[in-house]
Ligand binder design. Sequence first.
Ligand code: FAD
Ligand code: PYC
Length: 415
Amino acid sequence: MKYSIFSLARQALNYHKDWEKAWRSPDPKPEYDAIVIGAGGHGLATAYYMAKEHGMTNIAVIEKGWLGGGNTGRNTTIIRSNYLQDASIAIYDLAHKLYADLSQEFNYNIMFSPRGLLMLCQTQHELRGFQRTAHANRIAGLECEMIDRARVKQLVPIINDSDSARFPILGAYYQASGGTARHDGVAWGYARGADQMGVDIIQNCEVTDILRDGDQVVGVETSKGTIKSKKVAVVTAGHTSTIMEMAGLRMPIESVCLQAMVSEPIKPIINVVVMANTVHGYMSQSDKGELVIGGGADPYNNYAQRGSFSALEHTATALVETFPIISRLKMMRQWGGIVDMTGDRSPIISLTDVKGLYVNAGWGTGGFKSIPGSGFVFADTVANDRPHPIAQPFGLDRFSRGEFIDESVASGVAH
Ligand code: FAD
Ligand code: PYC
């Protein structure tokens, strides 16, 4: 539906009473062809591509809160594909490419902003590490470059480029196509698209048990009753271990809180995304003018969506050193999300030992950027009951075979 300026004003004065809903709020049916647990970006994208690419429209996405209310609506929206291993580059690059056209595909603006991303090198070790990443990325066909201090200063005039800094700028890894997108927009775009193809998105509905008949999954128990299905996909980020335990499976995952904060809005001072992994801080500026700031994860396991003051203080200290200009800024809001970390800092996209039960998790502190690629390959995996070739290296069996996909450096600041 199109709205004129007058109808927009009328709707606002009318408290949006007759506003067309972007998606329905259906009651659950007794049975579906597939159930996706978790209406974060990954769950919604999975349902969207199952419907769009595989014609599976008798699907429910079951969400205990509101869609996008987990990490998808809590992250700092950084999109990049500069991982080290080939398997990772394949999935993050697929996601990056899908992001570029998502607004057009949805007919809904996700505010994709490939404004450029820098990963600062502030020690010799970091410089060599990113040179290695840049080589690996170029061999894999990604555009990227190593830049020197003068170019860093040109791209980020507010940076402290002094020789006497505790961690002087030695250069940076630069991915010009890296950037940000609006996180809510991504969740809403996938939700609206999936809903239009017939997917039921059921919010305020908590999964309390996974039902099995021997080795076959047969449905879920929820706060809105039993829902049957022979395919259940678990996409619940920070709560994956507890959900999979309902099916009798243990996950190689730890859950920790990752926090972020935003400053008061100010005039534009930085038009790239900067990550300073050595000092543990990163920053970009939102369209509203707020500086979006984050740092390392809290160093203890946690299921409360609330972090510690010390982690925030550490982040602020780190950034003031690199960007002294922000020392007098007021911080307006702070929040946390529970992220799911695997030992090799790579995700799990997998079939399980229970037939019809699939899991997509372990994106840790970096899964916003991968949403479209992850949803695309997981939908294919669930629909065809075998791993998509890009998902195959990320199976659960890699932990028993010792075939880790080590991305502890590429995961960046937050790990
Ligand atoms: P979520 O969005 O968390 O969705 C999971 C959903 O499952 C939730 O909505 C939850 O309510 C639901 N759920 C849980 N239990 C149940 C249940 N029993 N029944 C029904 N539903 C249930 N990544 C980047 O790429 N770039 C960044 O800049 C970045 N910054 C971050 C900053 C912060 C502060 C945080 C916390 C994370 C950041 N991330 C970033 C990581 C990224 O946000 C996550 O990896 C990603 O959002 C995970 O998406 P998801 O869909 O798997 O999970
Ligand atoms: O994955 O790029 C990332 C990221 C930045 C901050 C948190 N995660």
